[in-house]
Ligand binder design. Structure first.
Ligand code: HEM
Ligand code: SF4
Length: 562
């Protein structure tokens, strides 16, 4: 095993020959399964579980392939492979999701083995991006780079990836199972909206400890996860998670898919009884078998390439000078960057949400450009965010202006991160077989309406989240303003929720009133935002104004005819 981290790809875990052999065997198996389906030897019903094991869905118009980006980290070579796939096998674009994956919407079944082979060549796959198993573990988009980070969550995310991938006991859970891990005191992973949310920090002697939240989720029954354990020691991480998933596997309902998630089990048993069952399981386990020895953790850590961070002493001054002379750049630095832990560096957020655009959609050319920029400005490393954007984690401050100019030319520099233009939207009725309404056009109209960057900054932090149905893939319950598509006698209507939040001040949005017809929704939201601007105290954020005043004033604005 190589421990020379300078030759490894930066940011992500480097595969070894065992991983590569496993992937190529998996591709060969699937190639055969597809051939049998194409030849008619397998019916669609027989083929379905086989394709879902490789992230292949059958949607409204075509097959959709969901590619895993483990905890959102990838390299420029991997991004170029995605660009090539978009160009060769799709319609020249891909879609970043809130679960740090990439989806291709227009895939031909016959092409999927070749696509998976291309992915395998760059150490990527689509395993466990679908089905009733432990899905792609998500993590903080600034992991290993953020100034406010207490502990790098990628190492444990990778350990959990290895533990959960094709885990024989957890391949047929009652439903899908999602784990997120944060190593920052500012929860950037919505830990309490996951089946298991982990918040990591250094404990005694600097050894990692974890707060464990369980039973959160969105969907038709949105629930905020409860704390199951404080200060779980690192060595027990795998054992304790195994105990939780075992209890869920044994007691989770299988008779009704809507009640099959762990959140329903935790609610039904109550957190105390659930904890007792987990503790009992934990006590029975042979903990030595599961013990996460510091040497194992060190071995995993050693397979992550570390960027050689060296910046000139005047990097800060160079950046400050560029900001003074270029107001548009200055605005973008304000909205689209995050403090880096290392002097002279900064994290840059590339907005994949141009004004009037489709949130998360990125063209093949843009993917190639991002890959080139990652090579020239971030040690070849790229991150996908749970807000459907992209991050270059380690940009030298004196080179930020040049990076921004290149992004501007590619329509990738919209200064809207965390603002009203940074809308989350699921694919909705444009693609999704489960949808009631189209999410994308509402997102596009809102984003075009609020395109003015000065207005966006004046409005301040505001998350608008849109889902095309109750499954809540667009996190509408967690939006400060949530928009949910509903079907009323064949017409598209939209229900508004207010006051949701995914961060540390986690909350589920409250329904404001009756759903609105499609053609009234955007105007109603514009009135709602205008009302907030009138009612806010100095610089008060939307969420605080809403919490201070409650729904009544906003209801008037939305439902009173103009
Ligand atoms: C078009 C294909 C998609 C299908 C068929 C689909 C299906 C579903 C279903 C059935 C659920 C409800 C699960 C449950 O409560 O048990 C769900 C939830 C969810 N999906 Fe999707 N989805 C799709 C695309 C997406 C996309 C594009 C994203 C990200 C933008 C996404 C992210 C999520 C999230 C975050 C949840 C909530 C999970 C929770 O409650 O824990 N999905 N999806
Ligand atoms: S929320 Fe509904 S419409 Fe949107 S992607 Fe999920 S299942 Fe499809």
């Amino acid at each position: 095993m190589s421990t020379d981290t300078t030759t490894l790809p930066v940011g992500r875990y480097a595969y070894d020959q065992v991983d590569r052999t496993f992937l190529s065997q998996r591709v060969a198996q699937f190639r055969e399964q597809v051939a049998r389906r194409v030849a008619g030897d397998l019916s669609e019903d027989e083929f379905k579980p086989l394709r879902l094991m490789n992230g292949l869905y059958l949607q409204l118009h075509a097959y959709m392939l969901r590619v895993a980006v483990p905890y959102g980290m990838m390299g420029s070579d991997q991004m170029r492979a995605l660009a090539h796939i978009a160009r060769t096998y799709d319609r020249d674009y891909g879609h970043f999701t809130t679960r740090q994956n990439m989806q291709f919407n227009w895939i031909r079944l016959e092409d999927t083995p070749d696509i998976l082979e291309l992915l395998a060549r760059v150490d990527m796959h689509a395993i466990q991006t679908s089905g009733n198993c432990i899905r792609n573990v998500t993590c903080d988009e600034f992991a290993g780079a953020a100034a406010d980070e207490l502990l790098d969550p990628r190492i444990h995310a990778e350990i959990l990836r290895q533990w959960s991938t094709l885990h024989p006991e957890f391949s047929f859970l009652p439903r899908k199972f999602k784990i997120a891990i944060s190593g920052s005191p500012h929860d950037r992973v919505a830990a309490r909206f996951h089946d298991i949310g982990l918040v990591a920090r250094p404990g005694p002697q600097g050894r990692p400890v974890f707060d464990v939240f369980v039973g959160g989720g969105l969907g038709r029954t949105p629930i905020i996860g409860v704390k199951l354990r404080d200060n779980l020691p690192e060595e027990d991480l795998v054992a304790y998670l195994e105990a939780i998933v075992r209890v869920y596997n044994a007691y989770g309902r299988r008779d009704n898919m809507y009640k099959a998630r762990i959140k329903i089990l935790v609610q039904a048993l109550g957190v105390e009884a659930f904890r007792e069952k987990v503790d009992a399981e934990f006590a029975l386990m042979n903990r030595a078998d599961y013990r996460l020895d510091p040497a194992i953790v060190a071995g995993i850590r050693a397979r992550f390439g570390i960027p050689p961070l060296e910046a000139p002493a005047d990097a800060d001054r160079t950046l400050a000078a560029a900001r003074r002379t270029d107001p548009a750049f200055d605005r973008w630095v304000r909205t689209n960057t995050h403090p880096h832990r290392h002097e002279g560096f900064i994290c840059a957020v590339i907005s994949v949400k141009p004004d009037g655009g489709i949130p998360g959609d990125i063209t093949a050319d843009q993917m190639d450009l991002v890959a080139d920029l990652a090579d020239s400005h971030s040690f070849g490393e790229i991150r996908v965010t749970h807000m459907q954007n992209v991050v270059l984690g380690h940009v030298r401050k004196d080179q930020l202006h040049e990076l921004w100019q290149k992004l501007v030319a590619a329509r990738l520099a919209t200064p809207n991160i965390g603002l009203v233009g940074d809308i989350i939207a699921c694919p909705g009725l444009d693609y999704c077989a489960l949808a009631n309404a189209r999410s994308i056009p509402i997102a596009q109209k809102l984003s075009a309406r609020f395109a003015n960057p000065e207005l966006q900054e004046r409005i301040g932090p505001l998350n608008i989240n849109i889902s095309g149905c109750i499954n809540a893939c667009g996190h509408h319950h967690a939006g400060h303003i949530g928009i949910l598509g509903v079907d009323k006698r064949g017409q598209e209507f939209f229900q508004l929720t207010l006051g949701g939040s995914a961060g540390g001040d986690v909350a589920i949005g409250q329904i404001l009133g009756p759903a609105l017809p499609e053609d009234e929704t955007v105007d109603a939201i514009a009135r709602l935002i205008d009302t907030y601007l009138v009612l806010r105290h100095d610089n008060e954020q939307f969420l605080d104004t809403y919490r201070r005043l409650g729904a009544a004033s906003f209801k008037d604005a939305v439902y009173a005819p103009a």
